[in-house]
Design a protein around this ligand. Structure first.
Ligand SMILES: [Fe+2]
Ligand SMILES: [Fe+2]
Length: 357
């Protein structure tokens, strides 16, 4: 009897993944070309130091490098995830990004109580809130743009947070896994939140393929996703990752309520409404668990991480605010918030809620 030898790692053709994006400057072009060619990234060291940490080039370069840790790209060897040249560049870009965040947040609260307090009360003035705008006066084309942008996270929802699990112990670990269990469908593939979001996209006439809208996503959106990848991939950032996660869970329920209403008012379709309706209840529970078990459990184990938790929360608020400003500025001027507008919807709009058979 002959035993078949197992396939050697790294020699199989990579599974089809998302398409590589076009570069937006010297750094992102160097990364895209390195991934395409299989060679090292060709860039001048000075170009990292000169790059705008909020700009399209640096944010896309980081995004491409992080995607190697998720699903990679079509035609790119899976082994590039641990390519030392790419990791070296990633580290330099992360340093620029983190420095910019810390500079902007030099006056931010250093305690968990002060960082989370403003998030626990509904602001009186909601004029800057994107979800409030969408709830009260958003149009279907804006909901489609919003979903296309957010798809770069929601189609891998909760994935970057799973990286923190081996770095936690006790209460924090048990509670974090309980929340992630919900995010990943509680044992049901059709209830994985990323799947619910794909159904939302289909209702909106969008392409639910993973990473489909990357070329259209501007830097302020990429930065929100890059933050969670950065914090998720570094054990040293476990406190900040938990702060980020808590911020998302605390703010999700009221925002989701507004977005569910927006989807209903615009007749986006049942799956579109369901994604947000599901998060109204789920995240009201997650908020309690994350604050009282994950954050409190982590700080009971490692009290020295409190300032990191506060930083993760503040950085999330900062980047979400920057994204909201970017989107509102574009919409207020009657233009697309994407780098290029979505094609006109190919399928007829869903009928208003309640008239579907
Ligand atoms: Fe979720
Ligand atoms: Fe949640």
């Amino acid at each position: 009897m002959t035993l078949m030898s197992p396939p050697s790692p790294g020699t199989q053709a990579p599974a089809a993944g998302p398409r590589l994006a076009e570069g937006r400057g010297p750094l992102s072009s160097a990364v895209a070309e390195a991934l395409r060619s299989g060679g090292p990234p060709a860039y001048a060291t000075g170009s990292v130091l000169k790059a705008d940490p909020w700009g399209e080039d640096l944010q896309l370069a980081l995004y491409l490098l992080y995607e190697l840790h998720y699903r990679g790209f079509d035609g790119v060897d899976d082994e590039r995830e641990w390519d030392p040249d790419l990791l070296r560049l990633r580290g330099a870009l992360e340093t620029r990004f983190l420095h910019a965040l810390r500079t902007d947040l030099s006056d931010a609260p250093r305690t968990v109580e002060a960082a989370f307090a403003p998030l626990l009360v509904e602001p009186v003035d909601l004029s800057g809130s994107l979800s409030h705008h969408l709830e009260t006066e958003g149009e279907l084309w804006q909901l489609r743009e919003y979903a296309a942008l957010r798809s770069l996270y929601h189609l891998k929802e909760a994935d970057p947070h799973a990286w923190v699990i081996p770095r936690l112990t006790g209460r924090a670990k048990a509670a974090m896994v309980a929340i992630e269990y919900d995010e990943f469908g509680a044992g049901r593939a059709d209830r994985i939140h990323a799947e619910l979001f794909a159904a939302l996209m289909t209702d909106l006439g969008l392409d639910p393929s993973y990473g489909h809208y990357l070329d259209r996503a501007p830097a302020p959106l990429l930065a929100t996703v890059n933050l969670m990848s950065l914090l998720g991939l570094h054990r040293a950032s476990r406190g900040a990752l938990i702060g980020h996660f808590a911020c998302v869970e605390i703010t999700s329920s009221p925002g989701s309520r507004r977005l569910a209403k927006a989807m209903r008012r615009c007749g986006a379709g049942p799956a579109a409404e369901h994604f947000y309706a599901e998060h109204v209840e789920a995240d009201a529970v997650h908020e309690q668990v994350v604050r009282h078990e994950v954050v409190a459990g982590l700080l009971a184990d490692e009290p020295g991480l409190e300032a990191d938790v506060a930083f993760g929360c503040a950085a999330t608020v900062l980047l979400e605010d920057r994204l909201a400003v970017h989107i509102r500025e574009a919409w207020d001027q009657g233009r697309s918030a994407l780098r290029s507008p979505l094609p006109v919807r190919a399928v007829p709009a869903a009928e208003p809620h309640g008239r579907r058979t």
